[in-house]
Design a protein around this ligand. Structure first.
Ligand code: GLA
Ligand code: ZN
Length: 676
């Protein structure tokens, strides 16, 4: 499938909306010339084009699109064909008001915006299926069409009676008996017991916003509802026997859905990345992007597509900062380093009006190819062409960080121990950075992942244990794995119901500790953790801790660090326990990043993980390895503002990008190829 997708190319291109320029044929011709000049080989077409594809109900106008697909194809440019369901035409909303969303207070929205439609509405589904089938029948078999782009950035929720009804059905299927639900949701608290599924309403600030288990199940339902809608769309484009691969574009750290559940729905994962480069240090931004790339890659454990990024500045962030020279190249190569088989932009040509008229584009309103952005886009296109052999290569990781959306929903919804900010993502990022500092590949997975193939698994702030999770961890450690977890772990079950008889639930013997109390610290308040002399992890420094400090009882674990101050000063703060063939570390407090770098350097070296850097990498240096059966491609990137020393003599091989010098220039990328 992958071969058919790209024929051994990295995809390069982006969203293209020629429907906005149909009255200007000279512009369309110029666009194709410029695309060729920039080495662009793919565009996403049809996103938000419904009102031009079907200007009146049943009046399908697809010929203009057919001509453009053909013209692009003749010029070596493929099409990722979108279904237009991301925004509906006005006639549809007017004729069938039920397609518009209802908000949590029960009010139906007016027409407008994108994804302002109900994913349950039978009429909306029917109309989407009809236009999808039209597209598939007329255009799906065109050799230029390599893939389906199903809708665009699905998101949001609808509280209409149809959706409420589906929610009740979903709950009934899950719990079967209302008393099981009452028990698991703890509805006796505040006398909120239900007598039947028919009584249940979605969470609402006008009704029940505080029943955490209801909130959680509603979010799970919203994910399932959206997937159900997407499956309907996929069936429609595949109905006539067309079997081209499907994707939909995900968003950065989107909290409205559990993307991990899409694993088997999509053939290829794709996503849109709009980091705020140059806001603070580039290396912090790069680290955050790396985490997100690895999370997207880990959904299917395969290379993915960067479906959208901005060639210059967006128009929707609070400040539209231009990418400094070199940033586009470095940011794009980072995507490739982490497993992307494409670099695509929003957008090829800037729209003239409406909300995104000032959003960066390959071709701006001026319309020339003699712009800074166009030159950088072209230079990158040339580089990607030269790197085509990398397409489809894999990333193999022996370490994983658990970052789980359901865990996040539960933890952030829960009242206490810090309602200001739990710093979940930030903590995951510190742990991830600690592992990455030794240059190893890291998967970012959720609690449903199979842990058996890893040697190190880190599960920071693992508040909720989803069904069967603790058993998996026990087996992982028993058979020789190294597990690292932290404060506020194993506290509740899948329904956010607190475990009784001690936490971390069912892993107290594996960890050799029990957590007793957790102290929330005010913003700005700090404590410290001090090394126990001669501790087995070789920790020697004192580190700052903040936000949350847990008091623990040690049973079989050995203490590596103790608290510095407060009434729990000198009590254990970091421990390590040998359990069967493996080891389990427990970190009791929100420690600064350098602590995780030092501890994880020890753990990675002890684990002898391959592709690790020969020494801890300087901050801001990223190292990632992609491989095929025959070749290995080592990427080393510098996200510092100054050149940085890296001893490349440790890494022999053929240079595909960059120079073999003592230092890597600011925003520079080195790619070293070796043959296995
Ligand atoms: C998203 C959307 C695009 C566009 C861009 C702007 O990623 O998918 O249609 O709105 O944002 O950054
Ligand atoms: Zn609805």
């Amino acid at each position: 499938m992958k071969e058919r997708l790209t024929e051994g190319h990295l995809l390069y291109g982006g969203d293209y909306n020629p429907e906005q320029w149909l009255d200007r044929p000279n512009i369309l011709q110029k666009d194709i010339d410029y695309m060729k000049e920039a080495h662009i080989n793919v565009v996403s077409l049809g996103i938000f084009a419904w009102s031009v594809l079907e200007p009146a109900e049943g009046d399908y106008q697809l010929e203009w699109l057919a001509e453009i697909i053909e013209e692009l194809y003749k010029n070596g440019i493929y099409t990722i064909l979108a279904t237009p369901s991301g925004a509906r035409p006005k006639w549809l909303a007017d004729r069938y008001p039920e397609v518009l969303r209802v908000d949590e207070t029960g009010h139906r929205n007016f027409f407008g915006f994108r994804h302002n439609h109900c994913y349950t509405s039978p009429i909306y589904r029917k109309k989407v299926a009809q236009i999808n089938r039209q597209l598939s029948n007329r255009l799906g078999e065109h050799p230029g069409v390599i893939m389906w782009h199903i809708s665009n950035e699905y998101g949001g929720e609808c509280y209409c009676p149809l959706c409420q009804h589906e929610f009740r059905k979903w709950l009934e299927k899950k719990y079967k008996n209302i008393e099981v639900l009452n028990d698991k949701w703890c509805t006796t608290f505040w006398s909120h017991r239900y007598q039947s599924f028919a009584q249940i309403e979605a969470p609402s600030r006008r009704g029940e916003p505080l029943l955490h288990a209801l909130n959680l199940d509603w979010r799970r339902f919203v994910t399932d509802r959206t997937i159900d809608f997407a499956k309907m769309e996929i069936q429609a484009v595949h109905k006539n026997g067309n079997d081209k691969p499907v994707t939909t574009n995900f968003m950065y750290d989107f909290k409205g859905m559990n993307y991990a559940k899409w694993k088997d729905v999509l053939d290829v994962i794709s996503w849109d990345n709009y980091p705020t480069w140059h806001k603070g240090s580039e290396r912090e931004t790069a680290l955050d992007c790396a985490l997100e790339y690895d999370r997207m890659r880990s959904i299917k454990g395969e290379s993915f597509l960067l479906m959208e990024s901005c060639p210059s500045a967006t128009s929707w962030q609070s400040v539209s900062k231009l990418k400094r020279p070199g940033m586009l190249h470095a940011a794009s190569m980072q995507a490739i380093a982490h497993g992307s088989d494409s670099i695509q932009y929003f957008q090829i040509r800037q729209s003239r009006g409406a909300v995104e008229k000032f959003h960066g584009a390959v071709i701006d309103h001026y319309g020339g190819n003699d712009t800074r952005v166009f030159r950088e886009v072209t230079a990158l296109g040339i580089d990607l062409d030269a790197l085509r052999e990398i397409q489809g290569s894999r990333i193999h990781a022996e370490a994983a960080v658990i970052y789980d959306m359901e865990n996040r929903w539960a933890m952030e919804d829960s009242d206490g121990p810090r309602n200001e900010n739990m710093y979940y993502r930030e903590t995951v990022r510190k742990v991830y950075e600690g592992l990455r500092a030794m240059g190893i590949n890291v998967d970012v997975v959720d609690m449903e992942a199979d842990l058996a193939s890893y040697r190190i698994v880190a599960a920071p702030m693992n508040y909720m244990y989803r069904d069967g999770y603790e058993k998996k961890v026990r087996e992982f450690v028993a058979s020789g794995g190294t597990y690292l977890t932290t404060y506020w772990s194993g506290v509740v079950d899948e329904c956010d119901r607190c475990f009784i008889d001690g936490t971390p639930y069912h892993l107290m013997d594996v960890l050799g500790i029990r957590s007793k109390e957790i102290d929330g610290l005010y913003e700005g308040e700090v404590n410290g953790i001090c090394p126990v002399p001669e501790n087995s992890a070789g920790l020697q420094k004192t580190y700052q801790v903040s936000h949350l400090c847990e008091r623990i009882d040690v049973t079989t674990a050995s203490t590596l660090m103790t608290y510095q101050h407060d009434f729990y000063g000198e009590e254990p703060a970091v421990t390590c326990n040998a359990y069967k063939k493996g080891k389990a570390y427990y970190v009791g407090a929100d420690a600064e990043g350098s602590f995780y770098r030092d501890l994880l350097q020890h753990i990675v070296c002890e684990g002898g993980i391959c592709n690790a850097a020969k020494e801890s990498l300087p901050e801001g240096i990223e190292m990632t390895l992609r491989e095929t059966e025959d070749n290995r491609y080592l990427f080393i990137q510098n996200f510092n503002r100054t050149k940085t020393k890296v001893d490349l003599s440790h890494y022999p091989g053929e240079l595909l990008m960059g120079q073999r010098e003592d230092t890597i220039p600011a925003l520079g990328t080195i790619i070293i190829k070796t043959t296995v």
